[in-house]
Ligand binder design. Structure first.
Ligand SMILES: C[S@@+](CC[C@H](N)C(=O)[O-])C[C@H]1O[C@@H](n2cnc3c(N)ncnc32)[C@H](O)[C@@H]1O
Length: 203
């Protein structure tokens, strides 16, 4: 699933995601003191906009310029500011220790990239900061076809819990669990449960 795959998805569908922030982000991040946030794979920007509305200074990154254009338009409509970053995130890792929050919601990280890709994203968290990774619970499989017919084998992708092993010392794991989605799954999707990993980097 490369840049063309994602650009094509956004070009061929008016609105891909719900427009609402992911419930688990709201649950996990509400109450944290806002600072600098990096939203990895921001899509149409709903999570990034919600963070900005809570006072975070948000860099919203995506491999798809189409997605970023939508995120920018949505931010302007909500009268918040996002720094938009067109980037292939694991290939061009963010600067180390630059963000108080790094959030990944349903971000596809292929296992072929190796655990260094997980560490590179986590390294962007500043001392004292938070890493939040949310994915679909894949206990029941959930292999499917992408919008262009590409077979997607979910076991080929890292799960949030894989970060626990990749991080090593210097982190405290606060959440590493599977739970029902906060918002009901859209009709037809098998994704009824989230897997959630949240950790804090030591000072
Ligand atoms: C499943 S969507 C999730 C979008 C958003 N986080 C949400 O929850 O609504 C994954 C997003 O990650 C982006 N993406 C995929 N691979 C990427 C990469 N290597 N670097 C940056 N963004 C990527 C896609 O363009 C897409 O917008």
């Amino acid at each position: 699933m490369d840049e063309t795959y994602w650009d094509t998805l956004y070009r061929t569908r008016d609105q891909v995601w719900s427009g609402a922030p992911n419930g688990v982000l709201v649950v996990e991040i509400s109450g944290l003191a806002p600072g600098r946030a990096l939203e990895v794979g921001c899509g149409e920007g709903a999570d990034a906009i919600w963070l900005a509305e809570q006072g975070w200074r948000v860099t919203a990154a995506d491999i798809s310029q189409e997605a970023l254009t939508r995120a920018g338009e949505a931010a302007r409509a909500r009268e918040v500011t996002l720094t938009l970053l067109h980037s292939d995130m694991p290939a061009t890792p963010p600067p180390p220790a630059a963000f108080d929050l790094v959030a990944l919601s349903y971000f596809p990280l292929h296992r072929a990239l190796g655990p260094a890709s997980l560490r590179a994203l986590a390294e962007a968290v500043a001392p004292g900061g938070t890493l939040l990774v949310v994915g679909h619970d894949l206990a029941a499989g959930h292999d499917h076809q992408g919008h262009d017919g590409t077979p997607i084998r979910m076991a080929d992708f890292y799960a949030p819990a894989d970060f626990a092993e990749a991080l090593g010392e210097g982190w405290t794991t606060l959440v590493n669990e599977t739970r029902p989605r906060v918002s009901p799954a859209p009709p037809g999707t098998p994704h009824t449960h989230d897997t959630v990993f949240r950790a804090q980097r030591h000072n």
